[in-house]
Design a protein around this ligand. Structure first.
Ligand code: ATP
Ligand code: MG
Length: 283
């Protein structure tokens, strides 16, 4: 049994559950408790605040975790970052009131900067040789300059809308973040094997993303020409039809190219073209 910690509620919760479910790991949300067992995979899911996930995994309370890279970087626990997951994208940025004349990092010298990410910011300022005064505050960082608590902020930005509505402009990006799968550094061999199984399944889903399964009927004489424009995983599958001189051809095509391919296929005499969704691809 392997245990994974995911965010109980918030921005990463839904995508974390979706990722597990695409890998065939179903969790019954209606019967959800702090710790729930998957009905389809030997896994327990522990629901936590995202702030607590890095420590839970580092301490071995959970074997795996799904959490923002920003939290991993801030908490500084020794964790294995297994892979980036492509959701929860955001960046940690320095922002200043739009009225100031910003002239580069030297502007921050001696300034008060409010943030909930003091360690990441302190490391950045040290690397850049800037001496600023870091104010560690728990929330509502973006209003700190307007109430006189700080001269600037260091916070998470995704669209930038919150900054604009608080009269701030983004001036430096310090960390690009997204959700990551993390693991305890000393997983047992059995647990590592389960982790590899999960990664294998995630890869299969990932590979199929943006891909479509296409099938069509085709005059036998056109097969070679069609194979040239539809390479497929190895090469397209060709099956005979009951009607003499015709066959059915199946292939995998990237969604981005699908319309262009359909035009070419029709010109070559393909008929009854079907495009189907692809869920998993295992080479
Ligand atoms: P919790 O109750 O679990 O502590 P939280 O309020 O700290 O939740 P959320 O706002 O749900 O956290 O954000 C979780 C993660 O989502 C962030 O740590 C970050 O990695 C990512 N994220 C993506 N876009 C944004 C955004 N615009 N603002 C904040 N976080 C974002
Ligand atoms: Mg949090």
């Amino acid at each position: 049994m392997i245990r994974i910690a995911i965010q109980a509620k918030g921005r990463l919760n839904e995508d974390s559950i979706r990722l597990l479910s695409e890998a065939g790991i179903r969790i019954d949300e209606s019967k959800r408790m702090l710790l729930s067992r998957s009905s389809s995979f030997p896994m327990e899911v522990l629901y936590l605040r995202d702030d607590d996930i890095p420590q839970a995994v580092a301490d071995g309370v959970a074997d795996l975790g799904i959490v923002g890279l920003n939290e991993v970087a801030e908490r500084t626990f020794d964790l294995e970052i297994v892979r980036k997951l492509g959701f929860g994208r955001c960046r940690l940025c320095l922002a200043v009131p739009k009225s100031v004349e910003y002239n580069g990092l030297a502007w921050f010298e001696g300034k008060r900067v409010a943030t909930s990410y003091p360690r990441i910011l302190a490391k950045f300022f040290t690397e850049k040789g800037v001496r600023a005064d870091i104010h560690d505050i728990a929330g509502s960082v973006e209003i700190a300059p307007s109430v006189g608590m700080a001269d600037a902020i260091f916070d998470i930005v995704s669209s930038g809308g919150t900054l604009v509505s608080n009269g701030l402009v983004e001036v430096e990006t310090v960390l690009a973040s997204e959700a990551v799968l993390v693991a305890n550094r000393s997983l047992s061999e059995e647990k590592r094997a389960v982790l590899y199984e999960i990664l294998f399944r995630m890869d299969a889903v990932e590979r199929s993303r943006g891909m479509k399964y296409i099938l069509m009927n085709l005059p036998q004489g056109k097969v070679d020409a069609v194979v040239r424009i539809l390479p497929g995983m190895k090469s397209p599958t060709v099956l005979p039809l009951a009607q003499k001189g015709w066959c059915s051809l199946h292939a995998v095509v990237s969604e981005a190219e699908i319309w262009e391919k359909i035009v070419q296929l029709k010109e070559l005499g393909a008929e009854d073209i079907l495009v189907l969704a692809l869920e998993k691809m295992i080479p």
